[in-house]
Design a protein. Structure first.
Lengths: 314, 268
């Protein structure tokens, strides 16, 4: 039902519904309210949807103050300015102070396209993941996002939402049931687990089809919540398949690969291969240039899966 | 109430608290005592029996290292038992160096990373406006802290948002850790800066004169349109002459038993 809608539109439309019902929900922007689709909320709720201008540190600090008063503020910016630029404000005023602040970063990783290296966050998950107590959620499609929003509102605490901004293909069908703290087994399989998040989920599903043509049965697990990671699902899957691939739109240092490795090394060591940004900065370009340039295509996932399988001890 | 006597009592309490451990943020705690006394014993609408009451006035100490001054006041107001004051910075204490709203009853915001409490105060003032509960938000920043860019981000927004329920104070003691503020990176003229940022500004030449502080707060509460900055010219370490004389090195101080005794004698 949300096909061909931009994720930012869907997010704003859903927030509008919840804001109408709950006066505690606030929207705070730092000059990217239009970019993040929230200007309609500013018009409709002028008292609690507002702009602090190009001042991200103050945006996060104001949100912490709103939260200290019992409000539920949703801040937003592009991923690098919503995280690395305001790392200390998030750490001290939000997480350490145990506030209920929700932070939306949009255009993660390569999806910043023509904004290039300065705007292309390769490190936002790593930065936030190393601060105690913050939930990191990366939506896959609109079907998942609309179910996630009420759970994020109901959860007391800091949540970082790594939001795709524009149209994204549907992965989940109408029967999909979302749990913020439980990874989704999208497809079951027995030969290799492909753990994936965000835009890489659709690619992983295609990679699975390509592997199936070679008689390889891949399991696809969407780790939409990178922290706290769903250890049970991760461990159960690799115990079954015996090897793993991670596919993420982020530096493999500090991101999903690292988060998975921390669990798998400790609980069920198996060969692992990583698909993602390999400790490089971004650059300008459309995704059809960037994705192959950073070796993050469906084909790259297939190759990684074959490498992981070949490393299994028989 | 005699604010002067109360301020002396609070200063004794700070010296005892920090003296018990032998080290702590003495200077910046002593410089805000008179202000805290005027706020907590006269102006703030609060209930020590119900520290989290909705719609209460709040005071956010953005210069979070002045926690000991606030703790002395909160204990005296009855938020917690005075015997706890001697647990300052001991293992598992509820009274850490820097203010922590999740540990200490009566603390309204966790602070310690400079500049951030001021933004939080602006957010709280905005929330009070949204809720329409009439609460006032008081906040205290330092002159050294005013070197943080976030102070000016928050200041610009607070004025533009018309937060007349926000009353801020600069503890302008002209000292910071590495030296005199004027030598490190001058922030003056603060009165002109805040006026240029669209705030009502009240200058209190003697920031330890409780009557002058009281008058300034009374005036600030009457302003209808904008937030107010009260610039208090203060002395770091105020009230204990040998500590005052040290100047900026009194920021974080080791206190010997003899020094504690000497200080308490002066504060009798």
């Amino acid at each position: 039902m949300y096909e061909n809608m931009e994720m930012r539109q869907v997010f704003a439309q859903e927030l509008d519904r919840y804001m109408a019902a709950d006066r505690r929900i606030c929207v705070v922007d730092a000059d990217l309210s239009k970019a993040n689709g929230r200007s309609s909320l500013h018009k409709k709720y002028p008292d609690r949807a507002f702009n602090v201008g190009v001042a991200e540190a103050n945006m996060i600090g104001v949100c912490a103050g709103l939260s200290s008063y019992g409000m539920i503020p949703f801040a937003s910016s592009f991923t690098p300015f919503a995280t690395r630029r305001v790392c200390d404000q998030i750490a001290v005023s939000c997480a350490y102070a145990k506030q209920n602040v929700k932070i939306i970063g949009s255009d993660p990783g390569l999806s910043a396209e023509f904004n290039g290296g300065t705007h292309m966050s390769v490190e936002d998950i790593g930065v936030i993941r190393s601060i105690p107590g913050i939930v990191i959620y990366e939506p896959v499609d609109n079907t998942q996002l609309v179910q996630a929003i009420p759970q994020i509102i109901d959860y007391y605490g800091v949540v970082y939402i790594r939001m795709w901004r524009k149209v994204t293909p549907d992965v989940f069908g109408p029967d999909y049931k979302f749990d913020l703290f439980k990874a989704d087994v999208v497809n079951e399989g027995g030969d290799v687990t492909i753990f994936c998040s965000g835009m890489m989920v659709a690619k992983a599903v295609k990679a699975r089809e390509m592997l199936a043509a070679d008689g390889i049965d891949a399991e696809i697990v969407n780790v939409h919540t990178i922290k706290p990671i769903d250890r049970t699902t991760v461990v159960a899957s690799v115990r079954k398949t015996g090897c793993a691939v991670s596919a993420e739109n982020h530096n493999i240092v500090g991101g999903l690969f690292a988060a998975l490795a921390e669990v798998i090394v400790a609980e069920a060591p198996v060969p692992m291969e990583a698909v993602g940004i390999r400790d490089r900065f971004g650059q300008v370009g459309k995704l059809n240039f960037l994705v192959p340039e950073y070796e993050m295509t469906e084909g790259d996932i297939v190759k990684a899966a074959l490498r992981a399988i070949s490393r299994k001890q028989h | 109430m005699d604010f002067r006597l109360k301020a002396k009592e609070i200063r004794r309490s700070i010296i005892e608290m920090i003296g018990h451990l032998g080290v702590g943020h003495v200077g910046g705690s002593l410089s805000i005592v008179d202000l805290l006394v005027v706020l907590y014993y006269k102006h703030m609408r609060i209930d020590p029996k119900d520290p989290k009451r909705a719609g209460r006035d709040r005071c956010i100490i953005s210069k979070g290292h002045s926690g000991p001054a606030l703790y002395a006041v909160l204990a005296d107001k009855g938020y917690f038992d005075k015997s706890l004051l001697l647990t300052l910075n001991q293992p598992n204490t509820t009274l850490p160096s820097h203010c922590d709203m999740n540990l200490t009853p009566g603390v309204d915001m966790t602070t310690g990373s400079l500049g951030q409490g001021f933004s939080a105060a602006v957010g709280a003032a905005k929330a009070a406006k949204i809720m329409g509960d009439g609460a006032r938000i008081y906040t205290i920043i330092g002159d050294g802290e005013s070197q943080e860019g976030q102070i000016w981000e928050a200041g610009m927004f607070a004025a533009n948002a018309g937060l007349n329920n926000l009353i801020a104070f600069t503890d302008d003691n002209r000292c910071q850790i590495d030296g005199d503020t004027d030598d490190i990176n001058r922030v003056e003229p603060l009165v002109d800066k805040w006026a240029a940022f669209g705030w009502n500004v009240i200058e209190v030449k003697d920031g330890h004169d409780v009557d002058a502080i009281d008058k300034a707060v009374t005036m600030a509460k009457r302003y209808r349109t904008r937030p107010t900055m009260v610039v208090l010219h203060t002395i770091k370490g105020k009230g204990v002459s040998f500590i005052e004389k040290m100047g900026y090195p009194n920021h974080n101080l080791n206190l010997s038993k003899e020094q504690v005794a000497l200080a308490l004698k002066e504060l009798e």
